[in-house]
Design a protein around this ligand. Structure first.
Ligand code: SF4
Length: 430
């Protein structure tokens, strides 16, 4: 099976019947870096997050030297391999499941954000960690690696539109309003519970992880969200869950929390767009955030897959909207999806609701199965797609010359409480 990038190029040239959500995806990502720099307005670029508005604080990537933009695929390949060989164990390259194949092929480790953060932690001999993922992942790797190690994000514009939907100022403003409703947020009731526990998804800035660490809260991943919510309910009357409403809702619903006790908090509305009575009755307050990749999946796509493929097993990621999760056979993290496919008997058919790069790679790795993406339109994660082999060649060759480009460094004042929230997550037990 061809890579997502090849499929997009064929689609744009009219050489394939597959459609893509953005013909701009066929261009080099530096075109969007240039637009953002010229207009002073950061953008997520083409792909699933194109319609999302990037906050003004979103990092903008400067132009990389022309030699990296003009090089052929073969030249970039030779340069990356040569730089990797020269650097040897001094560098470790991490590749997220959703990264394009043209970059993944150079990765020493491939996995989800938490697996990669742990891989970074395990490679203490590497002086540089090149993270081919998005900004919050590089921040987590920086917090879990040693102070001597430099974490590098090859394209600074590789953010995450979902993570950007909850910024620290909005979360602090929300917290202050919740204090007006619930009173002292550190006071415990007769059962020893505080009014509200903040829970942030791994897909959030280091500042939000730090907020959780400072306010008795915790981090969760899509693999352990249920365990983390149980941990939070042992300590608090209710949970403030950010930034992904869908993971929060799907997880809490499966735990038996009624939907009417899960109000939405819209950060730009007074009282989050809700009211005091609703907040008093709430069990989980859901931040109005979402992943634009997973929001594309629909119940109609599932119905179509069932019509076209008898016996198809539909697995979707819990970042998908609740009706999609309810209509699927199963929902689970990327790790769950990979393991389900690995364990299935040969000849199984899977319709998968997660990012297209991972789905296509699984289809190529497991030819004994039929595996396809629920969404028929090729629409990768916009920000992950901003990392192109040209950027990887640039950061690696710079390292060979002794220059660290695009270092992601979390200040200790944020990293210390953020590590507390991460440690609580690691210690949480079902
Ligand atoms: S897939 Fe969604 S949550 Fe993941 S990096 Fe892309 S926008 Fe963010």
């Amino acid at each position: 099976m061809s890579s997502v990038n090849t499929a997009i190029q064929l689609s744009v040239r009219g050489d394939s019947s597959t459609s893509t959500c953005g013909t701009d995806l066929a261009q080099g990502p530096w075109e969007f870096d240039l637009d953002a720099a010229l207009q002073g307005v950061p953008s997520y670029g083409p792909g699933a997050s194109l319609e999302d508005v990037a906050p003004a604080t979103t990092p903008v990537q400067g132009q990389i030297p022309p030699e990296y933009k003009d090089a052929s695929d073969a030249e970039l390949d030779a340069r990356i391999m040569a730089a990797k060989a020269t650097l040897g164990d001094k560098v470790v390259i991490l590749g997220h499941f959703y990264q394009r194949d043209e970059v993944i092929k150079y990765a020493d480790f491939v996995g989800d954000s938490f697996q990669l953060a742990n891989a970074a932690k395990a490679k203490q001999d590497a002086e540089a960690i090149v993270f081919c993922g998005v900004h919050f992942m590089a921040e987590t790797a920086d917090m879990l690696s040693t102070p001597e190690q430099a974490v590098i994000l090859p394209n600074l514009a590789a953010g995450c539109s979902m993570a950007d939907m909850a910024d620290i100022e909005s979360v602090e403003a929300c917290w202050a309003q919740l204090e007006e409703v619930y009173g002292d947020l550190t006071a415990t009731d007769a059962e020893g519970k505080v009014p509200v526990i903040p829970v942030t998804y791994m897909n959030s800035s280091a500042a939000l992880k730090g907020f959780c660490g400072e306010h008795g809260g915790i981090v969760c991943t899509s693999s352990n969200a249920k365990t983390v919510l149980q941990w939070a309910f042992q300590r608090g009357r209710r949970v403030l869950f950010f930034p992904d409403q869908h993971l929060g809702r799907n997880t809490a619903k499966a735990m038996g929390v009624p939907l009417e006790q899960m109000p939405m908090w819209s950060p730009r509305k007074p009282w989050g767009g809700t009211d005091e009575k609703t907040l008093q009755d709430a069990r989980v307050i859901l931040w109005h955030g979402f992943c634009s990749v997973h929001r594309r999946f629909t119940v109609a796509q599932i119905e179509q897959a069932r019509l076209n493929h008898q016996g198809v097993r539909v697995i979707v990621h819990p970042e998908c909207p609740m009706p999609v999760v309810d209509a699927a056979d199963e929902s689970g993290s990327t790790d769950y999806i990979v393991k389900a496919i690995q364990a299935a008997p040969a000849g199984s058919t899977f319709a998968i609701g997660t990012e297209i790069n991972l789905v296509n790679r699984l289809a190529a790795e497991y030819p004994q199965h039929t595996i396809f993406c629920l969404d028929p339109v090729i629409c990768p994660c916009s920000t992950m797609y901003r990392i192109h082999p040209g950027y990887l060649a640039w950061v690696l060759e710079s390292l060979v010359e002794g220059t660290v480009q695009n270092q992601i460094s979390v200040p200790e004042s944020t990293a210390v409480p953020a590590r507390v929230a991460l440690e609580r997550m690691l210690a949480a037990r079902p």
